[in-house]
Design a protein around this ligand. Sequence first.
Ligand SMILES: Cc1ncc(COP(=O)(O)O)c(C=O)c1O
Length: 306
Amino acid sequence: VVCLLWPQLIEWDLQPTKRPLSCQKHYKNIIYAVPTFSNPSGRTMTLARRQQLTRLARKHDALVITDDVYDFLRWNSRSPPPPRLVDIDYMLDGGPISPFGNTVSNASFSKILGPGLRTGWAEATTRFIEGLSQCGSSVSGGAPSQFVASIIAETLQVGSLQSHIHNNLIPALQRRSRIALAAVREFLSPYGVTLESLSSANEKKAMVEGGYFLYLTLPTPLTARTVVSRAQGDGVVVASGDTFEVHGDEQSVPSTRGLRICFAWEDERLLAEGIRQLGEVVVQLLREHGAVDRLGKSPRACLSEF
Ligand SMILES: Cc1ncc(COP(=O)(O)O)c(C=O)c1O
């Protein structure tokens, strides 16, 4: 609302009535990122990139909001992911250049305790958090969803959330991701569908290391939208890559052939079946497009591509 009204206020020579409190700051720019086990790509930003981004934010008076909701869900890696940007800002080149810093980490209990809880937490410098706590929604009543927050606080105090992540969530995601990866190899890879995270330097090894998703690229001439709507008719729900594009900046990461599979929610027994049905949709559509050359490969011959 402020952004929309701002030009009008200048025209009318009026002053905005809301000024930042002394413990609040207006940044000139906002950068949003999901640096670890991203949605939808599953990718993780390197340490060097995180440092570059922090320096860039400092230079341009930007606040980097990192949506660190998947950080605890590392199910396939021996080494921890790089430090969060908020930790880097705390340490890099002698620490934050202002008491507010240039990064805030946002996280959510929806991904580690139960979907739909809509309760999370933020981490930043003390001054920033002090300012954040003075926002209307926090001042008026303490938290947007106090009842849920008080139950979650109890799970933290008794340690049941920590053990739930360790004993239930990570092993379940490990099993599900293995099932989903194997099914992608068997039912999709033979028809030219590639797994985004596998086409990096180490091609033989699955590079997906955490989070909820596998991100696939469909062969030309298929588009994700067509595959998604055809699959939905069969009861298989996957997401088209362009759902995640930034409006007005669609060309920066073209994703019309990107397809996101979420393996976190579906019953383990149905995961492989869903991906098998997706394979059938891909085959049908390739046939309809006359791209029969892609159908000649036998699944076994193509396994080596992974
Ligand atoms: C990166 C990211 N941030 C936030 C959310 C939403 O979290 P919440 O349910 O707490 O609003 C999602 C859910 O898909 C997500 O992928």
